[in-house]
Design a protein around this ligand. Structure first.
Ligand code: EPU
Length: 432
């Protein structure tokens, strides 16, 4: 088994370069199916979710060419099947975007229900509602989604989302890009990756307006011709490293960010006593004194992101005083708290509330990455803790963080990927 070994207590210093945004990439890759030409996508993060989606497209018949580590040419012109490979689709949440893109391209789609991080019920009723409003018949049977239109093309429609769902907003945008007529999405989500998807679609020839506001209008086009697109920097990856420096101490320049996208995170860090300085497309984060307790409530953008909740809760475990964290987006996103408490944290969870009583310091322990962001939180906990922490189930972390070990080592962290399979390598032998 490969895990991370972290020797905590070392302040961090230097620079970290942020990769392209995972949650934009995982929508843009499926959306490439709509394009009647070659899409060159730049600033793709090298993470396992991206590899998996590219493999899905390849299995469906796409040609994917690596230009360099972060740039791929994707050509989906030869794809003729409106069916995604069931097993791979099941292993990733974002595979639901293939249903939108197959419907947009062929007027029909078949694939398995999505997988992904497990933090309670993750319905897709708003996606389905959108597809139905556009004229598709949709059924879900034995874990498969089957969608079909009588005419072979979706029709534009007026869709009011009951919740401002990121996935439903993006899936409907993808499906509507080549629909017949105009689609209006009301109560749309406003996350930065929604604007990025709209920019990608528009740069390929679509006509999407209003992304980033709660009303998005999509005029369906006949043809999307291909072109270049560069993905925005990852807001949550940047936030995770900001939190790591805030916890471990030191001073790090986080490069290749859009500071505006980080405001919802940095505002809380500043409240906690962390120094943040904007420097063009970088931010300098510095821990100058003790961390202070605060209240955090997760909300859709521009509120505090749920995908930063485990990381900030981890910081609050070593802040002075009592903090309250309210999780408003997902029903069951505090499962990782038992892992933090193994490290000496004092966090009590009651439904969507976590009460965090700050302790002087965390102590290294073996812990598990319960999901992607919870895993990142365990890495932060390990960097802050006295002694050695082993983080297991790191495949969750590597779904969404490119080169996390290398990036942290680059700023002086004592972290290594180690193997402890006795039949393979000696316990604790380093692999990176
Ligand atoms: N919801 C519904 N019906 C739907 C869709 C969502 O009721 O049809 C509810 C959900 O139950 C949840 C809320 O709406 O309470 C928000 O869900 P949303 O659809 O916005 O989430 P998602 O699209 O499934 C994406 C990210 C998540 C991130 C959420 C919220 C991807 C692949 N995933 O999920 O990211 O937590 O938005 O911002 O983009 C992560 O990166 O670690 C991650 C989990």
């Amino acid at each position: 088994m490969t895990k991370y070994r972290i020797k905590g207590g070392k302040p961090l210093s230097g620079e970290i370069e942020i990769s392209g945004a995972k949650n934009a990439a995982v929508a843009i890759i499926p959306a490439a199916l709509l394009v009647d030409g070659v899409c060159r996508i730049e600033n793709l993060p090298q993470i396992s979710d991206v590899t998996l989606l590219l493999n899905i497209l390849k299995l469906m018949g796409a040609e994917v060419r690596t230009v360099n580590k972060h740039t791929m040419d994707i050509d989906c012109r030869k794809i003729r099947v409106a069916e995604g490979p069931a097993e791979l689709m099941r292993s990733i949440r974002a595979s639901y975007y293939l249903i939108g893109s197959m419907l947009g391209k062929f007027g029909r789609a078949r694939g398995s229900m999505p997988g992904g991080c497990d933090f309670g019920v993750r319905p897709i009723d708003q996606h389905v509602k959108g597809f139905r409003a556009m004229g598709a018949e949709v059924s879900i049977e034995n874990g498969m989604i089957i969608a079909d239109t009588a005419s072979g093309r979706l029709n534009g429609a007026h869709i009011y989302l009951d919740v401002a769902s990121v996935g439903a907003t993006m899936n409907i945008m993808i499906a509507a890009a080549k629909a017949n007529g105009r689609t209006v999405i009301e109560n749309a989500a406003k996350e930065p990756h929604i604007v990025d998807l709209a920019n990608f679609l528009n740069s390929m020839g679509a006509d999407v307006k209003g992304a980033g506001t709660s009303v998005i209008k999509i005029n369906g086009v006949e043809h999307m011709s291909g072109g270049f697109y560069s993905i925005i920097p990852d807001q949550i990856e940047a936030g995770t490293y900001l939190a790591a420096v805030a916890g471990a101490g030191g001073e790090v320049l986080i490069k290749n960010v859009i500071p505006k996208h980080l405001d919802c995170i940095t505002a809380k860090l500043v409240e906690m006593g962390v120094s943040i300085e904007e420097r063009g497309d970088a931010v300098l984060v510095r821990r100058t004194g003790p961390l202070r307790s605060t209240k955090v409530k997760t909300m859709p953008y521009p509120g505090f992101p749920t995908d930063m909740q485990p990381q900030i809760t981890t910081l609050l475990t070593i802040a002075e005083g009592t903090s309250v964290v309210t999780e408003e987006v997902w029903d069951d996103r505090f499962r990782y708290v038992s892992q933090l408490n193994r490290m000496g944290a004092n966090v009590q969870v009651d439904g969507k509330l976590a009460v965090v009583q700050g302790v002087k310091n965390l102590k290294g322990a073996p812990v598990k990455a319960c999901d992607l962001r919870a895993g990142a939180a365990m890495v932060i906990a390990g960097l802050c803790a006295d002694g050695v922490t082993y983080v297991e189930d790191i495949h969750h972390i590597e779904r969404g963080y490119e080169d996390i070990v290398e990036k942290l080592r680059g700023v002086g962290a004592d972290i290594a990927r180690v193997v402890d399979n006795p039949h393979d390598k000696a316990a604790g032998e380093e692999t990176a």
